[in-house]
Design a protein around this ligand. Structure first.
Ligand SMILES: [Zn+2]
Length: 210
């Protein structure tokens, strides 16, 4: 499965590990917060994945780091064709180990922003990977998004009930010792915990909007 240091993929991991033996894949793209990479390692270790692999893609940049980039309406954290690239690495890994399922932690809110998280996109990818690989075709490869119908607050409620180590997750776009509580990532985290009625173990405001 694709694992970042964020809450969504950690929650998806805790859902699927009940059913599958899980291997995790994390991407180190240009400018990613070191804290996020540390968070992904920590979450993978706590969840007991059978392998955690780091893929280095230093030439892959977020829209905000691409001078003159035109990505109308998409947030500065968008990476051009991100999921086409990331899932291709995941499918390659899947072919290597004979996987039948690829898992991503995309939630319903992502669907309103990104085209590369839609059912249409993922069914096209499944077809492409099966067409390319006799192994993945034989395994009837599926791309599963267990959070696809949930908003972020719903995901947080579920994470809390599953025992996801929320104190190990990282949502900040900065790379300080602690969350800055000023960037979009931090503000969304604070708002979503408040809406879910769950106390954020990391928030100095303990999950309340201030
Ligand atoms: Zn922040």
């Amino acid at each position: 499965m694709l694992l970042s240091g964020g809450i969504d993929s950690a929650t998806a991991l805790y859902m699927v590990r009940r059913e599958y033996s899980v291997r995790a894949l994390t991407f180190e793209y240009h400018g990613i917060a070191r804290q996020e990479l540390r968070a992904s390692e920590s979450i993978a270790s706590r969840a007991g994945v059978s392998e955690h692999r780091l893929v280095r893609v230093p030439d892959l940049r977020e829209a905000g780091d691409i001078p003159g980039g035109l990505f109308g309406g998409l947030p500065p954290t968008y990476i051009p064709l991100r999921n086409s690239v990331f899932y291709s690495f995941a499918a390659s890994y899947g072919e290597e180990v004979g996987a039948s399922v690829l898992v991503g932690g995309h939630n319903r809110d992502d669907l309103e922003v990104f085209r590369d998280v839609t059912p249409r996109f993922f069914s096209s990818l499944e077809r492409a990977f099966r067409a390319a690989s006799p192994i993945l075709d034989k395994n009837r490869l599926r791309i599963v998004r267990p959070l696809g119908r949930m908003t972020k607050p719903k995901v947080i409620s579920l994470a809390s009930s599953l025992g996801v180590p929320l104190e190990r997750t990282w949502s900040c776009h900065g790379d300080g010792k602690a969350h800055c509580w000023k960037c979009d990532g931090c503000l969304t985290r604070r708002r979503s915990f408040a809406e879910a009625g769950v106390l954020d173990p990391l928030s100095p405001g303990r999950g309340k909007i201030t």
